[in-house]
Design a protein around this ligand. Structure first.
Ligand SMILES: O=C(O)CCC(=O)C(=O)O
Ligand SMILES: [Fe+2]
Length: 331
């Protein structure tokens, strides 16, 4: 059965989110890699979300990035606002509470955030090679405090980017494409990382003020770390039920974004989700939005188009698409 044919029998009424083990992701045995790719295909067609375990990010990197961010978000608001993303170029820096509003009609997202793009850990100055290659081109900004912030954040960042690099060949196999299909399209992959802090939400429940309103992500896929022990993330199924995506120890959440939906003609789902922190405690999460090079043309691939399923999207340049979506979100 072709991908387009199998997509026609999917109902999207999922009740839970599968967990996929990445320990054999780069196995020398092609059958093992393919087996894994088929699990990923299943998750992408039915849910648009899956957990990964054995992803390879060292636990101490996770401990460190959480630690420095807890310190950072405790700083006085005036100090954090020195790096307000509205005054720093290219969506980088600090986003204060209620500043972003991702769901039209809502009253603002109840989180604050700090966003970065690509930067080598070793580079002391801005890396010219990456200066013009992404929606977030231009130098990152870094707070003066806490000490070790940049290193703590960038170590995790590069480990998470490595997870993205492992996933692209598996996505290619899952789409019946040559395994190396994305290699020349992901040389300078877009990789925007946001650290989010959700204060505890109190008062009467109001669906118009939540941690992050209902939305889909923009890039190919998101690699999301969420703080253990705190349920906040919810994913919308085709029956309009919010299905909880609780943190599971040792896992990351992978969710597809709109670029993959365009590429696959909606055969892979970019699923609506939101976060609501009504737990009485602060919550932290770290999405890394992973995509292709800026100048990659994204349009439905042939195996995802058929007479019954004509192309739903025209071509777009990956980087321009993301810039446009970021502008709509923040301005
Ligand atoms: O905090 C979360 O769990 C989700 C964050 C998210 O969906 C996003 O930043 O796009
Ligand atoms: Fe999201």
């Amino acid at each position: 059965m072709s991908l387009a044919e199998s997509a026609s029998v999917i109902d999207g009424a999922f009740q839970n989110i599968p967990i996929i083990d990445l320990s054999r992701a780069t196995s020398p045995d092609e059958n093992e890699r393919k087996g894994l790719a088929y699990q990923i295909r299943d998750a992408c067609m039915n849910v648009g979300f899956f957990y990964v375990k054995n992803h390879g990010i060292p636990p101490e990197y996770i401990v460190n990035i959480l630690e420095v961010n807890k310190e950072y978000f405790k700083l006085p608001t005036e100090e954090k606002l020195k790096l307000n993303h509205k005054t720093v170029a290219n969506f980088k820096g600090y986003t204060p509470l209620l500043d972003a509003n991702i769901e039209p009609g809502n009253r603002g997202d109840l989180h604050e955030a700090f966003q970065i793009g690509w930067e080598e850990l070793e580079a002391k100055a801005h890396d010219e090679k990456r200066a013009n290659d992404g929606a977030m081109a231009g130098a990152n900004v870094w707070p003066e405090r806490p000490e070790g912030y940049r290193e703590g954040v960038l170590k995790y960042y590069h480990a998470a980017v490595a997870v993205g690099k492992i996933l692209f060949p598996l996505f290619a196999l899952s789409l019946d494409l040559p395994e190396r299909y994305f290699d020349d399209k992901t040389k300078n992959s877009a990789a925007i990382m946001n650290t989010l802090h959700y204060p505890p939400q109190t008062g009467p429940a109001d669906d118009r003020i939540v941690g992050i309103g209902a939305h889909t992500d923009f890039e190919c896929f998101t690699i999301l770390w969420q703080q253990p022990g705190i349920q906040a993330l919810q994913v919308l199924n085709s029956q309009k039920q919010w299905i909880e995506a609780p943190p599971i120890d040792g896992t990351l959440v992978i969710n597809l974004g709109d670029q993959f939906a365009r590429w696959t003609n909606d055969i892979f789902k970019s699923t609506v989700h939101r976060a609501v922190n009504r737990n009485g405690v602060d919550r932290y999460s770290i999405p890394l939005f992973f995509g292709t090079d800026y100048d990659v043309n994204i349009e439905p691939i042939a195996s995802c188009v058929s007479a019954e399923r004509p192309a739903r999207y025209g071509p777009v340049l990956a980087g321009e698409y993301v810039s446009q979506r970021l502008k709509e979100m923040y301005y």
